[in-house]
Write a protein that binds this ligand. Sequence first.
Ligand code: SAH
Length: 355
Amino acid sequence: MKFSIMRSLDTKQYPSLIGQSVEDLESLSIALGQPSFRGRQLFDWIYRKKVDDFTKMTDLPKSLQEKLKVYSLHPLKILNTNSSSSKKTQKYLLTTKKGMTIESVLMRKKNRATICLSTQVGCAVDCSFCATAKMGFVKNLSVGEIIDQYFQLERLSDTKITNVVFMGMGEPFLNYKNSIAAAKLLNHEKGINLGARRITISTAGIIGKIKKFTKEKHPFRLAISLNGSNHDQRLKIMPITKNQTFQNLLEAIKVYTNQSRKRITIEYVLIEGINNSKKDSLKLIEILSQIKCKLNVIPYNEIDSVYKRPSEEGIHVFLNPFKNAPFPVTVRWSKGQDIDAGCGQLATNINEQYR
Ligand code: SAH
């Protein structure tokens, strides 16, 4: 990174500062002829004090403030905001510098304000029930583009963000390095200082990366989109199951929970006639009883006419057998469906990407 900042100085392409680590900002200070501690001061202004005007960074010398003027702080710009009828959920449309659009969601519940961040423009995983999949894969978001969603949403909503979930557009584990770096910046004790247990990364089940995440002992919470009770059923709706088999995925999950001693969240999108039979609930109980987990059932949010959301009664029938399950079960009654901000409903118009 040191090198890339130097290079970008040479080529006069200035990176946005949101997304840069302490070390990056130290290198930048040195490159601008200042001692490295100025970089730590800059980090404090950006991430802890959340000041986005260099002239207000009062302990930096005027000469440095002047030199910093060529840099922007925010890699993203807000284009549009949409609020659900209950006013509890807001969806934000943001654009990268190159004009690619992404969506982020803010959800309020009691004293919690959770934001759902995107990690990619589009997605390569191709789950048949997800709107983002229909866009195909466009690009990985940079660390700054991931974390700026936090800064922008907090400021626009004037709400203190208490929780972050990496569950927006894209597959965080196919943009592993940037997603982890963004989570680390959210968690940094000298910066935003959001507790690691308030940061959840959700993956469609990229097994190699689950193993890496386990080995690297990250403190963040992990969620896996299981979405099926057996291999063949999952394969039909999540084609990645072909190479990332159901059995191998369960093995990787077990190794994670054993080694991290953490409870994993298993997400299960409930789709009428696909994975919501009594047999499915019994099989799930059998499988998940062997794993330190919490089950989060997500009633399917309709994106087209291919799949149907089970009726409310149907959802309760499915949930009934779990009453005696040895693990907690929650239902995500997505609140933002009227503005297409429910799970799996995030997609931006690809034709507009390169306007
Ligand atoms: N790629 C990551 C994160 C994004 S999806 C992952 O797969 O985990 C976030 C969650 O929304 C996943 O659990 C996914 O299975 C679920 N989801 C996708 N489409 C949905 C839809 N139409 N209705 C309800 N949940 C959906």
